[in-house]
Design a protein around this ligand. Structure first.
Ligand SMILES: [Mg+2]
Length: 253
């Protein structure tokens, strides 16, 4: 048995397990149009089946707005949706101060101006912030697009700039995936946690993991996760292995 499978088997033998996953690039393949980033059916089915087992809690932990996750994933019974990097939890919207709201309105106008300067880029307006996506900008202009968006964010002391893959987000929330994962762990009193993610913002969540927890980074690049898998297509296999071990432990099927 490979080290990752061994670790998943240990997790599956624990009393209370939390399985949390990022969405884009993890549960859903990266596509050119983020409005069409639909989930990997096998991965989603395994996650939902895990959530149906006793002592097993599942969550999606994404930078996306919860309403968008709901639209893209359809009905996912038992899966807790945590959006805006943790600023939206349990149906609660983000707490944003009045000054930050005003600043975000200014950021939105300035980033919209960048969209004109960099064809192919687009804005995603979220409850807690504004994201500037430059994946579809010509490769040679991407570094300039990224730098310009970052500079705009830095002009506002009360806002935070988050860097992801081909996206710069300026947010009025201080939420991050690390704090969000810790909150979920506390809420369900989980003995062990599995977290899967592919992006820079997922590193905050990996950093909170304990020795028996399983962090899995999707794709290459430096990471704090204990394990790394080659690409998004392998996520379904990981979740299916965990499901099989957990069903065995729970005496299901
Ligand atoms: Mg991702």
């Amino acid at each position: 048995m490979k080290p990752l499978e061994q670790a998943l088997k240990v997790v599956a033998g624990s009393d209370t397990v939390l399985v949390a996953s990022d969405y884009d690039g993890t549960l859903a393949p990266i596509v050119a149009d983020p409005d069409h980033a639909f989930p990997d059916a096998r991965a989603l089915a395994a996650l939902v089946s895990l959530g149906a087992l006793s002592g097993t809690h599942v969550a999606m932990l994404s930078g996306r707005e919860v309403a968008v996750l709901e639209r893209l994933t359809g009905s996912v019974p038992g899966v807790e949706l945590v959006g805006s990097h943790g600023a939206e939890q349990s149906g609660r919207g983000p707490d944003i101060e009045a000054q930050a709201r005003e600043d975000l309105a200014g950021v939105r106008v300035r980033l919209a101006g960048l969209c004109r300067d960099f064809p192919g880029s687009h804005l995603e307006v979220k409850p807690a912030g504004v994201a500037f996506h430059y994946r579809r900008v010509d490769a040679e202009h991407r570094p300039a697009a990224r730098a310009a968006a970052h500079r705009i964010g830095l002009d506002y002391a009360g806002l935070t700039v988050l860097e992801g893959k081909q996206v710069v987000e300026v947010t009025g929330s201080t939420a991050n995936k690390g704090d969000a994962l810790l909150a979920l762990r506390d809420r369900w009193a989980a003995d062990v946690v599995v977290f899967i993610g592919d992006d820079i913002t997922d590193e905050d969540a990996f950093a909170t993991l304990r020795p028996l927890d399983v962090g899995i980074k999707v794709g290459d690049g430096a990471t704090k996760a204990r394990f790394q898998i080659g690409d998004q297509a392998q996520v379904a296999t990981v979740l299916e292995s965990l499901l099989a071990f957990r069903q065995e432990h729970r005496g299901v099927r």
